[in-house]
Design a binder for this molecule. Structure first.
Ligand code: BDR
Ligand code: CA
Length: 316
């Protein structure tokens, strides 16, 4: 039976690819998309998510808005990487429906109680909404199974020398979730910067001649171009968020290290994800950090799934 999935996004180009990966994965049943801030504001993440779901014919998947951190403004670097509209200035039709009235926090809490071990939550933006769910319900942290994209354990950060973008947006929320949670898998820069896409692959989407193929190619080419400036040594763009979804579908894609995580919230290392020294000798580890990834297998699955999904959309 497919595992139920809540995808928590700040849609974002790689968030869009993550939504597509989820829709194309028979191992997963996407029961809701919850929207947070980060690459864009919450409202824009909602608009983008609704439009992407409609493009792929999945207006049955409900979308929920989460809280935005006070005083949040989209960072210049986020706009550079994802475009002002978050999807590389690709043009999508506005969706014919709106987000649900229920809040993202309520939906997460309700779903954890309803589905228990059959549910996985995959946050691929700041952990603000997940932290709010932990705060809202005393059983949430012990019952939730979380596979998140964020952090960097063995490599430098991507917004500061220590901090990865999603953790950097709300280090306190991430630290709180790590300390309270009992089943957390971290898909950080350690592995997501090994899974790279180039224009050789996006051309396959463009060649499909479909609305879905055009969208995936246009948005991802924008993202690849940004990476040519910000990280030319990589030779492609990082498939951060879709890798987290792929691991939720198939944990054997990564090798992990069991650890109790914390986030530095003060000083120069603010936003760093690292082992909690006070729990070093604790035999129970609440987190697993991905430190190795089967790059070829993931990229093959990624292209097979997304190309198949895009092929089914209307011809343009
Ligand atoms: C993460 O930050 C965001 O810009 C991406 O969507 C991804 O979730 C990578 O550090
Ligand atoms: Ca993201």
């Amino acid at each position: 039976m497919a595992r139920k999935l809540i995808l928590d996004v700040d849609t974002g180009i790689d968030d869009a690819l993550a939504i597509a990966y989820a829709l194309a994965s028979p191992e997963l049943d996407l029961i809701g998309v919850t929207c947070t801030y980060g690459n864009v504001e919450v409202d824009q993440a909602v608009r983008n998510s609704l439009a992407i779901l409609e493009l792929f014919g999945r207006t049955d998947v409900p979308v929920f808005a989460g809280p935005q951190r006070d005083g949040f403004e989209v960072m210049e670097i986020s706009q550079f990487i994802h475009g002002v509209n978050g999807i590389g200035e690709a043009k999508l039709y506005d969706a014919s429906r709106a987000a649900e009235q229920q809040s993202a926090v309520d939906f997460m809490v309700q779903s954890v109680h309803r589905y228990g071990d059959d549910l996985v939550i995959v946050p691929v933006g700041p952990l603000t909404t997940v932290a709010a769910a932990v705060e809202a319900d005393e059983n949430f942290a012990s019952r939730a199974h979380i596979v998140f994209m964020g952090g960097a354990l063995t490599v430098p950060g991507n917004v500061t020398p220590c901090a990865e973008a999603n953790i950097n947006q709300d280090p306190e929320a991430a630290d709180f979730v790590f300390r309270q949670g009992e089943d957390i898998t971290m898909i950080g820069l350690d592995v997501t910067l090994q899974t790279l896409l180039t224009t050789v692959e996006t051309k396959q989407w463009g060649d499909l001649g479909t609305a879905g193929g055009d969208f995936l190619a246009t948005a991802t080419n924008y993202y690849i171009k940004a990476y040519e400036t910000t990280a030319p040594h990589l030779g492609g763009c990082g498939l951060h968020d879709p890798l987290a979804v792929a691991v939720a579908a198939d944990p054997s894609l990564v090798d992990t290290l069991a650890i109790n995580l914390k986030v530095d919230t003060d000083g120069e290392t603010r936003g760093r994800t690292i082992g909690d020294e006070t729990c070093l000798n604790d035999p129970v580890k609440s987190a697993r950090v991905a430190v190795g990834v089967d790059v070829d297998r993931f990229l093959e699955e990624f292209m097979r799934r997304l190309t198949g999904l895009a092929r089914e959309t209307p011809v343009v």
